[in-house]
Design a protein around this ligand. Sequence first.
Ligand code: DX5
Ligand code: ZN
Length: 220
Amino acid sequence: MTDVRINPSILAADFANFERELGRIQTADAAHVDIMDNHFVPNLTFGQPMVARLQEVSPIPLDLHLMINNPDHWAPQFAEMGVFSVTFHLEAATAPATLARSVRERGARAGVALRPGTPFNQIEELLEHFDQLLIMTVEPGFGGQKFMPETMPKLRQAREWARKHESEIWLQVDGGVSQDTIGMAAEAGADTFVAGSAVFRGDPADQIAQLRTLAGQHAH
Ligand code: DX5
Ligand code: ZN
């Protein structure tokens, strides 16, 4: 059975208390950090000084999700900061394979993200260059949106590709993941689950444990 990983998104945390909030999710596998530039998506969040400080105080690894233009310039710089993984959007990158190599060379796992409308065949030929694929299950930009079940066929395609190529790539879902939807995503082939509002709306440790159990029940 595939391992299940739960990565809470700190977009739903208390922005005035990140050190405490990271402590509340220490049973998770990584903290998901949403970087938005107000251009690739209509919202603005954290920059490098913030990531540097989070990296210093976090008890768990940081999983960066770059929702920004020009990742070709920025992703290597974020990778250099010692974070666990850097995921950029395929739609924003000019040279995705080169960029993946550069992220890996700087010691981070390389991830590529697809908006809900971007089909699997646009990444298929390049997927061997990546350690993780992020299939967005909402339009990127905001937390608290509704999970889009219509993205599940894409996840099945990715899982099938990984099986055929005997690939160890992690398949991540992000957006609207909760106790109600995580089973569906696990069943379709996801092994890494980002959840913001579902984790922080209750006791984070309890929510993480519940999500882990539910995902495990449907895992491949
Ligand atoms: C959305 C972000 C997500 C977001 C998920 O653009 O990429 O990581 O924080 O939040 P929820 O789990 O509340 O949908
Ligand atoms: Zn995200």
